[in-house]
Design a protein around this ligand. Structure first.
Ligand code: CAA
Length: 386
C-alpha cells in the first residue's frame, strides 16, 4: 500500500476502526446479513470509542476531524460489512445539513448527542417520484402559525426507524420547482411521523431502509434549516460532502474482498500447487489490487482537498464516488471468480460482498448521475475558458 503519510491521530482512528472491524463486524456479519438485524450493538461500540463524532467540531463534542478522518474509519468498517458501515455513515449524511447550514441553536441542540452516539441521524430526500431527480420532491411543508405542517412520504431512507433525528426535504413553494424546497429537522416520536416496513434488500441487509410517513406532522418553525427555498442547495452540498464516504465504502469493500481472495489463493491447491502460483489468478489479483489502490489514492486526495477548505468540489466528489464504487463492483465480482464455486457459496463472505457492492453504484446518486455531474461541470469549465 502507498504510504499516505497519515498523522498520529489518523493512524489511531484507522487502527481503532480496524480493531472494531476485526473483533466485532467480521465475526457478526454473516448472521447480521442472514437475520437482517440492525447492528445497534456495533454502533454503540463505535460510539464508546468516540468514532461517531469524527467529523463534528470539538465545540459540539466531536473529534474535530474532516472528511478524511471520516473516510478512514468508513473504509475500515467497510472491509468487514457495508451494511454496518452505511449505518455508521448515514449519521454524517443526516447531520450534514445541521452542521453545514444549521443555526447555532440547532447545532448546540443536536450535534453533541449525535457526536456521542446518543442519537442517530438520517437524511430524508428520496421519494417514490424523486430518486435521481432530487428536485422532484412532493412532500410539502406549510407554515401554520409557529409550526410547519408536513405531509408526504419518503422512500428507502437509510437508518429509517432507527434514527432519532431526521433532516427532511419538503416543498414550501410549489410554484418554484426545486427552488421551492426547504430543509427541516424532524425528531422521531413527533406526532404524525411514522415509518413504513423495513425493506428487504439484495445486500446490506442489516442496514435499516424504511419509508418515512408524514401525516399532518407539526414541527416548530425553528426546525427550518437556513431559509425557505434553500432545501435543494443544502441537499446538493450535503451530497457533495457525503459522496466521498460512499467511495470509502467502495475502497474498503474492494480491499476486504481482495484480502480474502489472496488468502484463499494461497491456501487453495489445484494442479498440485496453490492457485496463487497460477499466472491467470495472479493477473486477476494484480488488477484488483491496482484498481483498489488507484481508488484509494483518488479518495484520499479528494478528501484532503475538501478538508483544505476549497469551496466547490462537486465534480471531484462525483468522480471519486463513481470510480471507487465501480472498482468495488468489479473487484467483488472477480474475487468471487477467484474462489470459483466456493465463492458462490454463502458459507464464505464473498457472495455477500458482491451483493453488497451493487448498492454502491446506486445510492447517493447512481453512477450515471455522477457521470452527468462530472460532464456538466466539464461543459461549464469549457465555456468559462472561452
Ligand atoms: N452545489 C451547489 N449548487 C448546485 C449543485 C451543487 N452540487 N448542484 C446543482 N446546483 C445548483 C445549480 O447550479 C442550479 O442553480 P441555478 O438554477 O442557479 O443555475 C440548481 O442547483 C439546479 O441544478 P441542476 O439544474 O443541475 O439540477 P437538476 O434538477 O438537473 O439535478 C442532479 C441535478 C445532479 C441530477 C441532482 O438531482 C442529483 O444529485 N440527483 C441524485 C440524487 C441523489 O444523489 N440521491 C441520493 C439520495 S441519498 C442516499 O442515497 C443516501 C443513502 O441511502 C446512503
Amino acid at each position: 500500500m502507498i504510504d499516505y503519510a497519515l498523522t498520529d491521530d489518523q493512524v489511531m482512528i484507522r487502527d481503532l476502526a480496524r480493531k472494531i472491524t476485526e473483533e466485532k463486524i467480521i465475526p457478526a456479519r454473516a448472521e447480521l446479513d442472514e437475520q437482517e438485524v440492525f447492528p445497534s450493538d456495533i454502533l454503540n461500540i463505535m460510539a464508546q470509542s468516540d468514532l461517531m463524532g469524527l467529523y463534528i467540531p470539538e465545540e459540539y463534542g466531536g473529534f474535530g476531524g474532516g472528511v478524511f478522518e471520516f473516510c478512514l474509519a468508513t473504509e475500515e468498517f467497510s472491509k468487514g460489512c457495508i451494511g454496518v458501515s452505511v449505518s455508521f455513515a448515514a449519521n454524517a449524511l443526516g447531520s450534514g445539513p445541521i452542521l453545514m447550514f444549521g443555526s447555532e441553536e440547532q447545532k448546540k441542540k443536536y450535534l453533541p448527542d449525535i457526536a456521542a452516539g446518543k442519537k442517530w441521524a438520517a437524511f430524508g430526500l428520496t421519494e417514490p417520484n424523486a430518486g435521481s431527480d432530487a428536485g422532484g420532491v412532493q412532500t410539502t411543508a406549510v407554515l401554520d402559525g409557529n409550526e410547519y405542517v408536513l405531509n408526504g412520504t419518503k422512500q428507502w431512507i437509510t437508518n429509517g426507524g432507527e434514527a432519532d433525528v431526521y433532516t427532511v426535504v419538503a416543498i414550501t413553494d410549489k410554484n418554484k420547482g426545486s427552488r421551492g424546497a426547504s430543509m427541516f429537522i424532524v425528531e422521531k416520536d413527533t406526532p404524525g411521523f411514522s415509518f413504513g416496513k423495513k425493506e428487504k434488500k439484495m445486500g446490506i441487509r442489516c442496514s435499516a431502509t424504511r419509508e418515512l410517513i408524514f401525516e399532518d406532522c407539526r414541527i416548530p418553525k425553528e426546525n427550518l434549516i437556513g431559509k425557505e427555498g434553500m432545501g435543494f442547495l443544502i441537499t446538493m452540498k450535503n451530497l457533495d460532502k457525503s459522496r466521498p464516504g460512499i467511495a470509502a465504502q467502495g475502497v474498503g469493500l474492494a480491499q476486504g474482498a481482495l484480502d480474502y481472495a489472496v488468502k484463499y489463493s494461497k491456501e487453495r491447491q489445484q494442479f498440485g500447487k496453490p492457485i496463487i502460483a497460477i499466472q491467470a489468478v495472479q493477473f486477476m489479483l494484480a488488477d484488483m489490487a491496482t484498481q483498489t489502490e488507484a481508488a484509494r489514492a483518488l479518495l484520499y486526495s479528494v478528501a484532503r482537498s475538501i478538508d483544505s477548505g476549497i469551496k466547490d468540489y462537486t465534480k471531484e466528489s462525483a468522480m471519486v464516488k463513481l470510480f471507487a464504487t465501480d472498482v468495488a463492483m468489479r473487484v467483488a465480482v472477480d474475487a468471487v471468480q477467484v474462489m470459483g464455486g466456493y465463492g458462490y457459496m454463502r458459507e464464505y463472505p464473498l457472495e455477500k460482498m458482491m451483493r453488497d457492492a451493487k448498492i454502491l453504484q446506486i445510492y447517493e446518486g447512481t453512477n450515471q448521475i455522477q457521470r452527468g455531474v462530472v460532464g456538466s461541470k466539464l461543459v461549464k469549465e469549457a465555456i468559462s475558458r472561452k
